[in-house]
Design a protein around this ligand. Structure first.
Ligand SMILES: [Zn+2]
Length: 426
C-alpha cells in the first residue's frame, strides 16, 4: 500500500525554512480571519477555524507545535546520526530511537538514495520516522514519551501469469530480453530443453519460442519474474514443449504427451560450452599423429563446473594417465561416462553415489591437453560410443488419471499460448 505524502516534494527543509513556513501560514490565517467571506466551503477555512479568535502569538506558537512530514534522501556515505542532525533533531532523540532493537536493525538496512520521512514540529521534536526497509516492508517508528514503537507495513505482491514469445535473431538472451523475459526466465527455458537442444550448437536464426511465466507485481508495477509454467521451442522446424506439473509432490517438466523431459542422461554435462572436437579419427593435437578421438571435447574456461550426466556411482575420481584428473561414473546397465582434463575434482569419492547435475569437477587442461576443455566419453560395456549419437532411453509418460490431471492442470497455460499465437497471426 502506498502512503500519499504531499510533503515529499518539499525535501530537505531546514529548521529556519520550517519556521518561515510556519510564520507564513500564521500570517495567512490572520488574513483569513479578517475576511470571513473566504471561510465558506474551503478546507482552509476548516483548518483556520480553531485559530480565529486566538491572539496572534498563541497562533504562531500553536503552529510551531504542529507536526509536519518532511522527507530526506540518504546521500552517499551519510550516517543515520548525520541525517538526524541535518533534520535539526537532537542526539537525545537519535538515542531514544536507536534504543529500540527493531529500529536499530531497520536503520542498518538504509542505503544511499533511500527516502526517509520525518514527522517533526517547529520545536524540532520528532513524532514519527518512516522508511522502506526493503521493497516489501515499510517501517514506521513512533516516539512517544521517550519510548519508541515499531510498526511494519507489508506490501502485497500480486502474481499473474504472462506470456511472451519471440524469434531467434542473435541469441536466446538477447531475443528473450526483447520479448520481455529476463535472464532468470531465459535460463529456465534453456534448462528445461537442455536434454534435447544444445543452445550453443543447435540454435538457428528463425527458431522461435513461447513462454508462460509467473510475473509478480508490487503496487501494480512489474516486480519479479518467477517460474516458467510452460514453454515451447521450435528448433530447426521441430517444436518442443514443456509444461510444469507437480507429480507425486515434485515439480517437473513434461512434454505435451505427459512424458517427463528429464532424461536418464544429460545431453551435454557442461553449460554453455563450445563443442571443439567431435568423435572419430583426427590428428591428435599434442601427439601430432592420426588417432581415434573416443569422445567429444567442449572448450570452456578453466574452472567451469562439470556436471554428472546422470545418476550413478563414482567409479574413479583421480589421475588417469593422458586424461589427467578424471571422473568416471557408472550409471548401471553397462553405461558409464568419463570426464577428463579437469583442473579440480569435486567432493565425490570413489564408491559414492551422485545425482544428475551434481558438480563433479571443473574444466582444466591436466594430462595431454593443449588448452582448457572437457573431454567427455560415453561407454557402453566399456566401449566408447559417440555421446552425440546415443539415443537415450525415454522415460515413461503419465497415463490414465495421472495424464487427465496433468491435462487439466496445464490447460490454462496451453490456452494462453494458443491465444497469444492467434493474436500474433492476426
Ligand atoms: Zn578429447
Amino acid at each position: 500500500m502506498s502512503v500519499f505524502n504531499p510533503i515529499k516534494a518539499m525535501r530537505r527543509w531546514n529548521t529556519a525554512q520550517w519556521q518561515t513556513f510556519a510564520l507564513r501560514v500564521a500570517i495567512g490565517l490572520s488574513v483569513v480571519s479578517l475576511v470571513p467571506a473566504l471561510q465558506s466551503p474551503h478546507n482552509l477555512a476548516a483548518i483556520a477555524q480553531p485559530l480565529i479568535h486566538s491572539p496572534s502569538f498563541a497562533r504562531k506558537a500553536r503552529d510551531l507545535g504542529t507536526f509536519r512530514w518532511n522527507s530526506v534522501t540518504v546521500e552517499k556515505g551519510q550516517t543515520v546520526s548525520e541525517i538526524f542532525e541535518r533534520m535539526g533533531l537532537s542526539s537525545k532523540t537519535l538515542h531514544q530511537i536507536l534504543a529500540n532493537d527493531g529500529a536499530k536493525q531497520s536503520f542498518r538496512r538504509i542505503r544511499d538514495g533511500d527516502l526517509i520521512d520525518f514527522e517533526i514540529n517547529g520545536y524540532d521534536q520528532l513524532r514519527t520516522v518512516r522508511f522502506d526497509k526493503n521493497d516489501l516492508e515499510q517501517v514506521t517508528l513512533t516516539l512517544e514519551d521517550g519510548k519508541v514503537t515499531e510498526q511494519i507495513l507489508t506490501r502485497q505482491l500480486e502474481k499473474r501469469l504472462q506470456v511472451a514469445s519471440g524469434e531467434i535473431t542473435s541469441s536466446l538472451y538477447a531475443d528473450g530480453n526483447r520479448a520481455g523475459i529476463d535472464a532468470s526466465v531465459v535460463n529456465q527455458v534453456a534448462n528445461v530443453f537442455k536434454y534435447d537442444i544444445d543452445f550453443v550448437e543447435d540454435l538457428r536464426k528463425g527458431d522461435s519460442f513461447q513462454v508462460v511465466y509467473e510475473q509478480t507485481f508490487l503496487e501494480g508495477k512489474p516486480y519479479r519474474q518467477g517460474h516458467i509454467l510452460a514453454a515451447t521451442f521450435t528448433n530447426r522446424g521441430k517444436k518442443l514443449s514443456a509444461y510444469r506439473y507437480n507429480h507425486d509432490g515434485r515439480e517437473e517438466y513434461f512434454d505435451a504427451d505427459g512424458r517427463p523431459l528429464r532424461k536418464v542422461l544429460l545431453r551435454i554435462p557442461i553449460e554453455f560450452a563450445r563443442l571443439s572436437s567431435t568423435f572419430g579419427m583426427r590428428k591428435h593435437p599434442v601427439l601430432g599423429r592420426m588417432r581415434a578421438h573416443k569422445g567429444v571435447d567442449y572448450a570452456a574456461r578453466t574452472g567451469t563446473p562439470i556436471m554428472a550426466a546422470g545418476d550413478g556411482r563414482i567409479e574413479l575420481a583421480g589421475w588417469k594417465n593422458g586424461y589427467g584428473k578424471t571422473v568416471i561414473i557408472n550409471h548401471g546397465q553397462g553405461r558409464s561416462t568419463l570426464y577428463g582434463h579437469m583442473s579440480a575434482l569435486g567432493k565425490f569419492k570413489r564408491g559414492q553415489s551422485v545425482s544428475q547435475g551434481a558438480i563433479i569437477g571443473r574444466v582444466g587442461s591436466t594430462g595431454l591437453a593443449t588448452g582448457p576443455h572437457l573431454h567427455y566419453e560415453f561407454r557402453i560395456n566399456g566401449k566408447q560410443v559417440n555421446p552425440l549419437n546415443v539415443t537415450m532411453p525415454k522415460p515413461e509418460p503419465l497415463r490414465g488419471s495421472a495424464l487427465a490431471k496433468f491435462r487439466a492442470a496445464t490447460a490454462p497455460a496451453v490456452a494462453m499460448m494458443e491465444s497469444d499465437l492467434s493474436t500474433r497471426a492476426r
